[in-house]
Design a protein around this ligand. Structure first.
Ligand SMILES: Nc1ncnc2c1ncn2[C@@H]1O[C@H](COP(=O)(O)OP(=O)(O)O)[C@@H](O)[C@H]1O
Ligand SMILES: [Mg+2]
Length: 300
């Protein structure tokens, strides 16, 4: 399933003094199979955009018609076969295909045990009422892939787990129904470096094996450089750039002007360039090291 947004705009509290134009003519395509990143300053529209993708925020159909009359470009938003600007779309079926992990999802854990919490996600989207054995198996698989030992945690209260473990339980509760597209809003925010690394590792295990496409919103440029096929830069509700990390992080001046950071590898490349050493890498640590070692004292 591809995600295609064209001329997508969204205003909170329209026609009121508190109106905020959160998305302004967003055009963006995410291909099936991508590990896609969304970056941008706080308030740039990232969360508003991703919440559109599983119908949590809807583009009113009336707006679509009115726009057409005004001869301005028609806004469209499709995920695979689903037309999200159509009121008649089966949004339950859409949500089965597009799993959404919100920011700080651990605050939404509610059940008495980890098993019940993850099972809720499974039962919610099962086509027919699953047996206890089916539920048990699905929960164990989901906990294992997020790096938790089912025997150890399934019977525990989610509230007795560490922050990183809770976050992983919350992710398990979304992937347990094997959505085709998995969207995560700042999945590593607020975790320590080890917790962050564990989250990114589990996303790679999920990507391909469980969910064909992964979309992450992130503040962490190293995370984007290391993991993403492409990344879109949001600024003031618009998509400023949409490029693979290799090209995106060459645009140091543009990114810094937007108040964004660049990966550590890009900073080092920049510092070396000023000293006359050019390293053409894709900004992953691995490629950076390989290209640096290949210089073999080749300082010009
Ligand atoms: N529920 C809301 N009501 C009104 N304004 C909102 C709401 N949510 C977000 N906004 C505003 O919309 C803009 C985009 O916000 P958001 O999508 O949350 O950005 P980001 O996720 O990039 O930080 C911001 O100006 C924000 O203040
Ligand atoms: Mg946000």
């Amino acid at each position: 399933m591809r995600i295609v947004a064209e001329h997508l705009s969204y205003t909170y509290n329209p026609r009121s003094p508190f109106a905020v134009r959160a998305l302004d003519d967003v055009c963006l395509t995410v291909e099936e199979g991508e590990f896609f990143g969304i970056i941008g300053h706080t308030g740039s529209g990232k969360s508003t955009f991703v919440q559109h993708l599983n119908g949590l925020i809807r583009t009113p159909a009336s707006l679509k018609r009115r726009k057409r009359k005004q001869a301005s470009p028609v806004q469209t938003l499709t995920v695979g076969e689903f037309d999200l600007t159509d009121k008649k779309t089966d949004f339950r079926a859409l949500r089965k295909s597009v799993g959404m992990v919100f920011q700080y999802p651990e605050y939404q854990l509610f059940a008495e045990t980890v098993k019940e919490d993850v099972a809720f996600g499974y039962k919610n989207f099962a086509d027919k009422k699953p047996t206890d054995a089916e539920i048990g198996l699905a929960v164990n698989e989901a906990l294992s892939i997020v790096g938790l030992d089912p025997n150890e945690v399934a019977g525990k209260s989610p509230f007795d787990l560490s922050g990183g473990q809770k976050r992983r339980v919350a992710i398990a509760g979304v992937i347990v129904s094997k959505p085709e597209i998995l969207i995560l809003d700042e999945p590593a925010a607020g975790l320590d470096p080890l917790g962050k690394r564990e989250i990114m590792e589990l996303l790679h295990r999920i990507h391909g094996a469980w969910c064909k496409t992964v979309v992450i919103v992130s503040h962490d440029m190293d995370e984007i450089a290391e993991n993403c096929t492409r990344a879109a830069v949001f600024a003031e509700g618009r998509v400023k750039y949409c490029l693979p990390p290799r090209e995106l992080f060459k645009m140091t001046d543009e990114l810094l002007a937007l108040g964004l950071d660049i990966p550590l590898t890009a900073k080092i490349c920049l510092a070396l360039k000023k000293r006359g050493i050019e390293i053409d890498c894709d900004f992953t640590t691995e490629d950076f090291i390989a290209k640096t070692l290949a210089l073999k004292g080749g300082v010009k």
